[in-house]
Each structure stands twice: as C-alpha cells, then as structure tokens.
Design a protein around this ligand. Structure first.
Ligand SMILES: [Zn+2]
Length: 307
C-alpha cells in the first residue's frame, strides 16, 4: 500500500472524565488532537448515554471537517469496557451508563459509517506496538497496572481478541482461592495481588493502615517501615510469579507495562529477577518494557484499531 491509499485514522478515547480525539496522517503523524469533558448525569443514565453518543459524534465530525475533502479515513473508539460480539452490547464498563447499551451500533447508525471499538487495554497494547515501546516485536503482551489490572495481545501488529473478546484479561486469572474477593466474582485474582488498588486494600486489611501502593513503595525505599517492606516484597514476588506464569503460557516476544504502577522502577530490576525465577525456562530473556506513550496510548490505540 502506498501512502496515498493508506487512510487517515481517527481515534476516540472515551474515559470517565474526558473524551479525547486524535487524527493521524497516513504516515502516523498527529494532525489534530481535541479533548472534551465526558458528559455526566449521575441520576439519569439514559440522558448520560445519549449525551456521550452526541459528544463522540460531534468530535468525529469536527475532526473529519479538518481533513482534505473525501479523504478515506478509519474511525476507532476505545472504551472502558468490552463489547459482546454476539449481542453488540457493552459489558464490564466502569462508566456504568454504557453497560447493556449497543454503543458501537448506535454510533455507527448516527455517523452512517462503520467503526472499530475496543477496550482500553487493547488500545494501549496496539498503540505501544505500533508507535511506542514495543515497536518491532511480533507477539506483544500489554499490561495496564493501575487501580485494576488489564491486558491485551497484539500479534504481528494486529490485535488478538479471542473467542469471547477476553484475550489478555489475565488480571482475572484466579491465583489464590483463599485470596481477596474480586469484583468479577472470583477470589484471589491477579488484579487483587498486583494492581495499585489490590495492594492497597490488602495492606489496609492486614495492617489497618490506609496507604497507596506509591506510599508503600516509598516506605520500602526508606527502609524504616517494616509493614511497607513486607508488603512491597510480597507485591514484587506476586508480580514475578504472575508475569513468570504468563511468559510460560504465551512466551511473548515482549511485554509492555502501562498504568500508574508501571512507574515503579523496582518492577524492572527486582521484579525482573523474580520473573526469571518463576518462568519455566532457566534463562528467560523476555524484554519487559516501560510504556513510551503514557496517557496518550488510549487515544492513539483507538486510531490504530479503526475500521
Ligand atoms: Zn477478578
């Protein structure tokens, strides 16, 4: 394909507080970027959903107006949830007014065109593979470690979403039947062990102290708080065991980490040593990369999953 026939890409990232839009040129350059507040109507889910649809359509239309006339383009939307392939309805969304709604169908109907739609972890993995830290790797596993723990799989530059659109949802692999209750219904999911929220909740339950994972990390680094040292070492061990098991299962060419927790430098040093200990190979070489796109991965990923 030449650069003349490759389309322009529009990406929309629907977040809980903002909706962001981006226009990429065929060569991947950013031509436009816009951001608006996500409409909220706490008491009226129907109104909120309608307003969100209207806001996304307006953003897409405004961006299309900035392109040269009749230029072919794709549109992709990243949402905080998944779309059931059979029903077309949104599930597992933390913007609850979206749950059970045919968001993709409604937007396609209003805009009179097809579009791609993926969850934020898939968008993250796609963006880092196409234009971020994991460029050039064949099989990439993307992990978002923040308040929760999401994941996505990219194979040779294409998303692998799986039979039930849950490929990469490794965060809900239950690793401890005696562990904490997870919102998904299982106990002891990886998310309860190594996400920022999970570590903080476990810490509060065990020590009766309300600390964030960031504060626990600082306590560990200072070396003057035994609770923090024990909790942080447990976190690193859980991380190593979970990522080591993931490598034994999928053996990806690279893993890329995103989300607030990915800023903890020890994950790439002590954590990597622990991953090596747990993976089913004596000399694991898998690069574990820190993301390069930061908060922008969502909107760029949406542009790369467009139709
Ligand atoms: Zn779970």
């Amino acid at each position: 394909m030449t650069s003349q026939t490759r389309p322009y890409r529009i990406g929309i990232d629907l977040g809980g507080t903002k909706i962001e839009g981006v226009l990429l040129a065929p060569d991947g350059q950013t031509l436009a970027r816009r951001r608006i507040a996500t409409p909220r109507h706490a008491a009226h889910a129907d109104t909120e959903y309608e307003d969100i649809c209207t806001a996304i359509c307006r953003l897409v239309t405004e961006i299309i107006d900035e392109m040269p006339n009749r230029t072919p383009c794709t549109v992709g939307v990243g949402i905080p949830g998944t779309t059931d392939r059979h029903t077309g309805l949104v599930q597992n969304a933390n913007t609850t007014s979206l749950i059970g709604r045919p968001l993709k169908g409604d937007l396609e109907h209003r805009l009179g065109r097809p579009m791609g739609m993926e969850n934020d972890a898939n968008c993250f993995t796609m963006a880092e593979t196409q234009m971020g830290a994991a460029q050039g790797y064949g099989l990439v596993f993307g992990i978002i470690m923040g308040t929760g723990c999401g994941g996505g799989i990219c194979i040779d530059g294409r998303l692998h979403t799986g039979r039930h659109q849950i490929a990469g949802e490794w965060g809900h692999f239950s690793v401890d039947p005696q562990g904490e209750q997870c919102w998904c219904g299982n106990r002891g999911c990886i998310e309860t062990k190594i996400s920022g929220g999970g570590v903080a909740r476990a810490f509060e339950k065990r020590y009766g102290r309300k600390l964030t994972l960031e504060q626990i990390t600082e306590g560990y680094r200072r070396g003057d708080d035994l609770d923090c040292t024990v909790a942080f070492e447990q976190f690193i061990d859980d991380y190593g065991r979970c990522v080591g098991g993931l490598i034994s299962t999928l053996d990806p060419d690279a893993i890329v980490l995103g989300g607030g927790v990915s800023n903890i430098e020890e994950l790439y040093t002590m954590g990597m040593a622990r991953v090596r200990r747990y993976a089913f190979h004596p000399h694991v070489q898998t690069p574990i990369l820190k993301n390069r796109l930061g908060d922008s991965a969502g909107v760029y990923g949406a542009a790369w999953i467009g139709q």
